[in-house]
Design a binder for this molecule. Structure first.
Ligand code: PNS
Length: 160
């Protein structure tokens, strides 16, 4: 039984994330989507809200659940008894940052493996930050995020 963890800031979850979740759920027995704080990023949604949005869009996948954790990813992995981290890669530009994080996590716990899944080409330009920018300035975010969370994003950016 292999339990994998897909960590990220998910602020908010995008169709790119959902694609990686759906594909990883086919490869691993159990998948935990872990909402963690990325200290380099300023948040739009709080952690509980991010979890709730993810919960809503993963309901149809039985072997996936979502949790949040404040602290090191490697400590969450231990707590969940999971050995595999999944990260999505969109382009070469993601590589350096992900490479560095995977080596740091390896240094912190050599038993944990980071695996990478390539984003599908139609999502290779997508990021939570660009979704937030487009929404903030009144652009259309349909096809970028799941339809059922569009109203939540619009409401949030309009109340800023
Ligand atoms: O979606 P993101 O913002 O690229 O996700 C980055 C995230 C949240 C996975 C990363 O910042 C993280 O693992 N944060 C938890 C703190 C931690 O373990 N840091 C050490 C990794 S170098």
């Amino acid at each position: 039984m292999i339990r994998a963890v897909y960590p990220g800031s998910f602020d908010p979850v995008t169709n790119g994330h959902l694609d990686i979740i759906e594909r990883s759920a086919k490869v691993f027995d159990e998948l935990i989507v872990a909402v963690l704080v990325n200290p380099d990023k300023k948040g739009l949604f709080n952690i509980e809200e991010r979890v709730e949005l993810i919960q809503r869009v993963i309901n149809h996948i039985p072997n996936v659940k979502v949790q949040y954790f404040s602290g090191l990813l490697i400590d969450f992995m231990k707590q969940q008894d999971a050995k595999v981290i999944i990260k999505g890669l969109r382009a070469v530009s993601d590589f350096e940052y992900e490479f560095q994080m995977s080596l740091m996590n390896k240094k912190l716990d050599p038993d944990i493996e980071t695996t990478f899944m390539m984003a599908t080409s139609k999502n290779s330009f997508l990021s939570s930050s660009s979704v937030k920018q487009v929404a903030t300035f009144g652009g259309c975010i349909k096809d970028l995020v799941p339809d059922e969370i569009i109203p939540d994003i619009m409401k949030k950016v309009n109340n800023l």
